[in-house]
Design a protein around this ligand. Structure first.
Ligand SMILES: [Zn+2]
Length: 91
C-alpha cells in the first residue's frame, strides 16, 4: 500500500492543542474535555486551578481597590496573599 500524505495524516494520532494536555484530539483540535469547556465557557482552561506560587501571590498582594472610597487600598485578596507570603518566608 502506498502511503500518501493524506493517509499518513489519518494514521498519525492528533494530540489536543491545549498546552500540557496529551489526550487525543477531536473537534477543533481539542480533546473532548477541553472542547466541552471551550463550547460551554469560551475557554478551554475554564475551571482549572492556578498553583499558588510565590510569584503568583506576590502579584495578588499588589491588588488594590479600583474605585469607591477605598480606592488605592489593598483588596481583601491582597491582604490574604500578603499574609500567605509572609507565612511562607523561612525564619
Ligand atoms: Zn485537552
Amino acid at each position: 500500500m502506498k502511503v500518501t500524505p493524506a493517509t499518513r495524516a489519518m494514521l498519525t494520532p492528533k494530540i489536543c492543542k491545549v498546552d500540557l494536555c496529551h489526550s487525543p484530539a477531536g473537534t477543533r483540535g481539542m480533546c473532548t474535555k477541553h472542547y466541552q469547556r471551550w463550547l460551554l465557557h469560551g475557554d478551554p482552561h475554564h475551571g482549572e486551578s492556578v498553583p499558588l506560587t510565590d510569584s503568583a501571590l506576590a502579584l495578588m498582594a499588589n491588588a488594590t481597590v479600583e474605585r469607591g472610597p477605598d480606592k488605592g487600598k489593598p483588596t481583601l485578596v491582597a491582604r490574604l496573599a500578603g499574609e500567605l507570603l509572609a507565612a511562607r518566608k523561612p525564619g
